[in-house]
Design a protein around this ligand. Structure first.
Ligand SMILES: NC(=O)C1=CN([C@@H]2O[C@H](COP(=O)(O)OP(=O)(O)OC[C@H]3O[C@@H](n4cnc5c(N)ncnc54)[C@H](O)[C@@H]3O)[C@@H](O)[C@H]2O)[C@@H](O)CC1
Ligand SMILES: [K+]
Length: 530
């Protein structure tokens, strides 16, 4: 599991070492890890190390100190170091080390300075650089980059996009909030980030996720002092442990029955996709409740689904999937309401997707997993905050995804899975998961229905088997958020397979929602095979 903490949590874990006067030792370890990551980044681009020009861009704090020390260390490996100072002050020992290593130093003009010689010299250094280490701001930064650093960062991004320079962020790309991944204004975008002691939540959400590039966590000795993580990301081994794999004695009922209330004669597609996806994910059995005309269509694609016009109270299921493609005309929304009320009362987990979110019970529960995209989450929050008159727009959710997912979980009392390039899952108990397994090709109609089906299958499978989650320290209500993260990861991986985009970079080509369904079982097999 990749675990991440807030800046304050990391600082608290460092404090005993600082109190004991061992701050320098922590910085030395950080700088060594940073220098090692710099060499690996050059190697990955087939750039020779010897004679490579490395520029440390350093602000006033310890983040700049790390960068200056790393540049000095790299001089011993044959690189040519220099530094651009963005503030009036710089870390003294780091700066001294860089000078001893033969590095030139230029300082950007601040608002009070009339000379801009430093700015021109800084741009010349960047133009000649093979590698830039961004040490402008770390966990002590607040409020985004200001001038003159902001202008320099914009110039650096032009050079990075052209491929002339590789950018390595020290701890966190400067200007990105280490706790939230938000960036109000200018920020650095990095090809890679070396972070110290533990990942920061800001690496796994929002702008911070994309701005960080490839993340390396450098241990500095404080790790045992870290508390429960703020954000988690499940890795393949975790997915393997959490996937509802059948026991030898399993039969369809012990594996879980999923009740699906989706689709309508007008919009049957959602019913077809959700039921087929749940079946492909290996649920014990799918029970579809809805109009018989839709049931007939479902059985043409998924003959194993049991379809009827029964009501939720007539059947016994281990999980519900309620909402996609439903409307008021044919009684489907009444079924959704009844299923969700029963789910809250009897503890049966439920996926609440699309139209289901408009008939959510006032008092939710962690075992109800809502699956909004940014626009739906904005609407849900605006509805719930109507009394205060607060309006939430889609753009607000996109700019502050972690904040809004957490807010929605708190207000609704439900687990909230916010769909996006990176999927965030927030539980009402405060647990957060961030999964980045997807491919941009997944942004297509029907993709969300497939996710809902996979999630329904996972919830039905884990409903009566909490042990694997407990073994990973994800017990109690956190297990519902973990189940949602598992489903998001498998959906993303199926998408990558279907698009032939193994790394999720956008390589490969288009996919159709049904291709994602067909790739679901192979994605699960690949995870289980390790
Ligand atoms: N505390 C420790 O023991 C360790 C810290 N380390 C490094 O130290 C960093 C944290 O160091 P600091 O606490 O000095 O914080 P930073 O280096 O992030 O910078 C803080 C300084 O920047 C100024 N500042 C804040 N926001 C600004 C803005 N928007 N524009 C311009 N200036 C701004 C502050 O006034 C302060 O002087 C970590 O990210 C990590 O890189 C590592 O060396 C490992 C050990
Ligand atoms: K930085």
């Amino acid at each position: 599991m990749l675990e991440a903490w807030t800046g304050a949590q990391i600082r608290a874990a460092e404090q005993p070492w600082l109190d004991a006067g061992e701050g320098d030792a922590l910085m030395r370890r950080a700088a060594h890890g940073l220098a090692g990551t710099a060499l690996a980044l050059l190697d990955s681009r087939n750039r020779p190390r010897y004679g490579a020009r490395v520029v440390a861009v350093a602000g006033s704090g310890n983040n700049g100190g790390d960068a200056l020390w790393a540049a000095a260390l790299l001089a011993r490996r044959g690189l040519k170091p220099s530094a651009i100072l963005t503030a009036g002050r710089a870390h003294e020992a780091g700066l001294a080390a860089l000078r001893v290593a033969g590095g030139t130093v230029v300082r950007l003009a601040d608002e009070d300075s009339s000379s801009t010689d430093g700015d021109a010299a800084a741009r010349r250094l960047l133009a000649d650089a093979d590698l830039v280490i961004d040490g402008i701001l770390g966990t002590g930064g607040s409020g985004g980059l200001r001038e003159p650093a902001a202008g320099l960062a914009a110039h650096l991004e032009d050079l990075r996009r052209d491929g002339t320079v590789a950018v390595l962020a020290c701890d966190i790309p400067s200007g990105v909030d280490a706790d939230t991944g938000e960036a109000e204004a200018a920020h650095v975008t990095a090809d890679a980030t070396a972070t110290f002691g533990g990942a920061k939540s800001g690496h796994l959400a929002g702008v911070g996720e994309t701005a960080s590039g490839a993340l390396t966590v450098v241990p500095i000795g404080i790790e045992d002092a870290l508390p429960e993580p703020d954000v988690r990301r499940l890795q393949p081994a975790d997915l393997r442990a959490l996937w509802p794999t059948p026991a030898r004695s399993a039969q369809k009922y012990s594996r879980g029955v999923l009740g699906v209330i989706a689709g309508s004669p007008q919009y049957p597609g959602a019913a077809l996709l959700t039921t087929a996806a749940a079946a492909a994910a290996g649920v014990g059995m799918v029970r579809y409740l809805g109009p018989s005309s839709v049931g007939t269509l479902i059985n043409a694609r998924t003959p194993d689904a049991v379809c009827s016009e029964q009501q939720p109270g007539d059947v016994h299921v281990q999980a519900w999937l309620a909402g996609p493609g439903t409307n008021d005309d044919d009684g489907q929304l009444d079924r959704v309401r009844a299923a969700l009320a029963a789910a809250v009362a009897d503890g049966t987990p439920a996926v609440v997707d699309a139209g289901g979110m408009s008939v959510l019970p006032d008092a939710g529960a962690a075992h109800l997993v809502l699956t909004p995209h940014a626009g739906e989450l904005a609407r849900l929050l605006t509805d719930r905050l109507a009394a205060s008159g607060e309006q939430v727009e889609r753009a607000d959710v996109e700019a502050r995804p972690l904040h809004h997912a957490r807010l929605a979980a708190r207000i609704t009392g439900c687990t909230v899975l916010l769909k996006g390039a990176t999927t965030l899952v927030a539980g009402p108990d405060g647990a957060v998961f961030s999964q980045a397994d997807a491919t941009p090709w997944l942004s297509t109609a029907g993709s969300g229905d497939v996710l809902a089906g996979i999630l329904g299958a996972v919830l039905a499978g884990v409903a009566e088997h909490p042990e694997p989650a407990e073994r990973l320290g994800l017990g109690g209500d956190t297990r519902w958020a973990a189940a949602a993260a598992v489903a998001a990861a498998i959906h993303g991986r199926a998408g990558r397979l279907a698009a032939h985009d193994p790394a999720g970079t956008g390589a490969g080509g288009p996919l159709h929602a049904t291709a994602v369904i067909d790739a679901t079982a192979p994605a699960v097999r690949a995870v289980l095979a390790g």
